[in-house]
Write a protein that binds this ligand. Structure first.
Ligand code: 6R9
Length: 652
């Protein structure tokens, strides 16, 4: 099901006409300054990617074929062999960079750790041996459910060393969500922690992991990092402390040479049905494109920059731009565990100042929160080390772009608005900061080697105007499929427009050829840059014994981009009051995780439906956003709308 990108959003963007060419000072030192790189890539796009693969990575064996394209199934660098951990660690240490800092880690309570490439390699090899000792081998899946601590990238890289695939589950997910993901992937081992720090509190993970693992037949062992020091239950024979196991194993572990198309990881993301999709990424093409984009989009000088991506590793942004891209490039990164406003609203800016961060990559939702808190918080700190700012996860409104540029970037830093998805693996549409003139709110152009088109309902390119964003040819880090469900892969991405990839986003092309991303056109919401499916939340709601029917929409929200609004009809005899609304919100948190909780629950006696019985979400969204209601004549019972509207106003 699709709906049109909102007219109001298009209107607002049409009004935006400011342009920002790369500042002279930035351009003078940039890796790419000429638009000629686009033509060069276009002349031979496969050759372009092959050059990147050869330049940026070390291969055990070279590929014999750059691309095998049997639509919609792609194989890149066929015949090539490499090990991802070797590319991220060993080769830098071998090049004499063992003492370079890989991560400046900072825990929320203020504890810190500096981890060099040599130390990271040591820990990765040890943990790889721990996993091997537990019977994990090539092709097995390892589930990871952890806070933002150094052991998280260590566990991921240890998997890659021995050819196992990881499936990281964001620490904000509930035990139910963790259980479902483990079972879908049939993971053998779970790596977790007692908990992590968030807003001054220990957010416990092990108890949730215990509940999940009670119902996951494939899990044989659980490895637990002690982070918060809370007492946890350790099941004899199944559960092992990380620190004890690490002391028992050898310090070296021979890397397994992997085929370029072997599975690197699964990452579950929300689609338009209640069942999350296990997005599959493989080694060679993925690592090529994340390394390439990390280097050129962020204009990385690995020997000088201090790079900070403030996402969580549990989402794709963290996989590609905290772990694989930066490490493949030998970069020095900041890794921060906690909330941006703990102990106060200048925590981020104190981190930028103390580590001398030069490149900052975060989500518009964080920028909008900072706007709300006020410019006085960043002003308390010296942010002059910053030279480049990035944005990801949702459309950035021109106001937030300008605030970021002015108050964080001091007017001197280019802003790169980067569009991509879990499915694309790496950045697809973004400025090249030394070459592209930016417009606030526009992700500008597809990167060299990438081809995108905005098309209408019939799949015809729109020229200037609004439509659906599609990608017209394969790219190295594209998803290779949905775990266990090749049909759904074809159906979701390659059937709406048979000859192209359908991203699920609306976009507008302006007269200068700039792309403006407008948000999802399907039933996926974007809340604070997190993807949540309306159906997933609806299933969680109707799972509650008192709920007869539920319809969920994403309503525009000043801070979080979208907010989840649930329209609920209750079974007879149940009182529709605020207390019950709270109970339903808590139930959704149990089923999905706190971030999936509706912000507002609106009780209603009926839901607006078409004559064929389809819930009219567009109308509900209008109600939720307090907009004027348009034509409601296709409704089975137009009176329902008035009733809902009355309640929507009455509910805080
Ligand atoms: C990387 C990531 C993907 C969805 C995507 C789109 C939205 C991401 C954006 C953006 C506008 C940007 N999105 N970046 N929209 N401008 N720069 O966020 O992956 O969690 O899979 O979400 O996020 O709607 O389809 P993922």
């Amino acid at each position: 099901m699709t709906h049109d990108p909102s007219d109001a959003a298009i209107e607002a963007l049409y009004l935006e006409s400011r342009t920002f060419p790369p500042p002279a000072e930035f351009k003078a030192q940039a890796l790419v300054t000429q638009a000629a790189v686009y033509d060069e890539a276009e002349a031979d796009w496969q050759g372009y990617w092959a050059r990147q693969a050869a330049d940026l990575l070390d291969w055990d064996e070279e590929w014999h074929t750059i691309l095998e394209w049997d639509r919609p199934f792609a194989k890149w660098f066929v015949g090539g062999r490499l090990n991802v951990s070797v590319n991220c660690l060993d080769r830098h240490v071998a090049a004499g960079l063992g003492d370079r800092v890989a991560y400046h880690w900072e825990g929320e309570p203020g504890d810190t750790r500096t981890i060099t490439y040599a130390e990271l390699l040591d820990e990765v090899q040890r943990f790889a041996n721990v996993l091997s000792g537990l019977g994990v081998g090539r092709g097995d899946r390892v589930a990871i459910y952890m806070p933002m601590i150094p052991e998280l990238p260590v566990a991921m890289l240890a998997c890659t060393r021995i050819g196992a695939a990881h499936s990281v589950v964001f620490g904000g997910f509930s035990s139910d969500a963790l259980r479902d993901r483990i079972n879908d992937a049939e993971a053998k081992v779970l790596v977790t922690a007692d908990g992590g720090w968030r807003k001054g509190r220990a957010n416990l993970l092990k108890p949730a992991a215990d509940v999940a693992v009670a119902d996951t037949p494939s899990i044989t062992d659980v490895v637990v990092v002690r982070r918060v020091g809370e007492p946890v239950e350790m099941r004899e024979g199944r559960d092992h402390w990380w620190h004890e196991e690490m002391g028992k194993v050898a310090a070296t572990c021979e890397p397994v040479s992997m085929g370029a198309e072997d599975l690197l990881y699964l990452l579950y993301t929300s689609g338009t049905t209640a069942k999350p999709k296990g997005i599959m990424h493989t080694t060679g093409g993925y690592l090529t494109q994340v390394a390439h984009t990390h280097k050129y989009v962020f204009d990385l000088k690995a020997d000088r920059d201090v790079y900070w991506c403030a996402a969580d590793i549990g989402w794709v942004t963290g996989h590609s731009y905290i772990v694989y891209g930066p490490l493949a490039n030998g970069a020095t990164s900041v890794l921060y565990e906690g909330a941006p406003d703990h102990p106060d609203k200048d925590r981020w800016w104190s981190i930028v100042e103390r580590y001398g961060v030069t490149i900052l990559y975060c989500a518009p939702t964080a920028i909008r929160a900072c706007m709300k808190w006020g410019a006085e918080w960043p002003q308390r700190h010296d942010l002059s080390s910053l030279r480049l700012l990035g944005s990801v996860g949702e459309p950035i409104n021109p106001e937030a772009w300008m605030w970021y540029h002015t108050h964080i970037g001091g007017g001197r830093c280019p802003v790169v608005d980067t569009w991509w998805q879990t499915e694309t693996g790496a950045i697809m549409i973004s400025p090249l900061p030394g070459a592209t003139t930016t417009k606030p709110g526009s992700a500008t152009f597809p990167l060299p080697g990438i081809a995108a088109e905005v098309v209408d309902e019939q799949g015809r390119p729109v020229g200037e105007g609004g439509g659906y964003l599609t990608l017209t040819r394969p790219w190295p880090s594209m998803l290779r499929g949905i775990w266990g469900d090749p049909e759904r892969y074809e159906q979701t991405y390659w059937s709406r427009f048979p000859d192209r990839y359908f991203a699920g986003d609306g976009a507008k092309l302006d007269a200068d050829g700039y792309l403006w991303l407008l948000g999802r056109v399907d039933d996926v919401m974007n809340v604070s840059g997190h993807r949540v499916s309306t159906t997933e939340v609806e299933s969680a709601l109707v799972d509650h014994p008192t709920v007869a029917e539920a319809a969920v929409v994403g309503a525009r929200d000043e801070t979080t981009g979208q907010a989840i609004v649930a329209f609920v009809t209750l079974r007879g005899g149940v009182t529709a009051d605020a207390e019950h609304g709270e109970a339903l919100r808590a139930h959704v948190a149990d089923k999905i995780g706190r971030f999936g909780r509706p912000k507002t629950v609106i009780f209603t006696d009926d839901l607006p439906k078409t004559r064929s019985g389809k819930i009219m979400r567009r109308l509900l969204r209008d109600v939720a956003e307090g907009r004027d209601l348009g034509d409601t004549t296709t409704l089975a019972d137009p009176a329902v709308v008035d009733e809902i509207r009355r309640r929507a106003v009455a509910t805080p």
